[in-house]
Design a protein around this ligand. Structure first.
Ligand code: NI
Length: 152
């Protein structure tokens, strides 16, 4: 089912999302709907608060294959990269955002199993963006609006 994507100004986007205790059928259904919604909106990632569910669930499109991460948590991060980012909840704008270049993170899969992942580049960027959503952080909270001297 395609869900409504909440837009900036909706309080659910500013909330800290709750940890998922158990990956049950309700969560699996939510993931299915989030993947359908992400594809419909041509997004590369989506976090549960964006569809009105304040739960720590994200989906990302990895080389045209959707993957769900439950309770994702960054364990290690290094490097720095600045690039333009958009967000389905903040339509019509793109902002320069500084992210880590490489991350190691853990998350549960749809069987509830904890796995450890490595990501770099665009995928690492998308995952950091989606985890931000779980903490109520939007691109407008992180955007670099001014470039000063040679510091960037
Ligand atoms: Ni977003």
């Amino acid at each position: 089912m395609i869900l409504e994507i909440r837009k900036i100004g909706d309080p659910v986007l500013k909330q800290k999302a709750q940890k998922v205790d158990k990956v049950d059928s309700k969560i699996k259904r939510l993931v299915e709907d989030m993947i359908e919604t992400m594809k419909f909106a041509n997004g590369v990632g989506l976090a549960a608060p964006q569809v009105g569910e304040p739960l720590r669930v994200i989906v990302v499109d990895y080389e045209n294959k959707p993957i769900a991460f439950i309770n994702p948590e960054i364990l290690e991060a290094e490097g720095e990269t600045i690039d333009l980012e958009g967000c389905l909840s903040v339509p019509g704008i793109e902002l320069k955002i500084k992210r880590y270049e490489r991350i190691v993170f853990k998350a549960q899969d749809l069987n509830g199993k904890v796995k450890k992942y490595r990501a770099k580049g665009l995928l690492a960027r998308v995952i950091q963006h989606e985890i931000d959503h779980l903490d109520g952080v939007l691109i407008v909270d992180r955007g670099i609006t001014e470039e000063v001297g040679n510091n960037i």
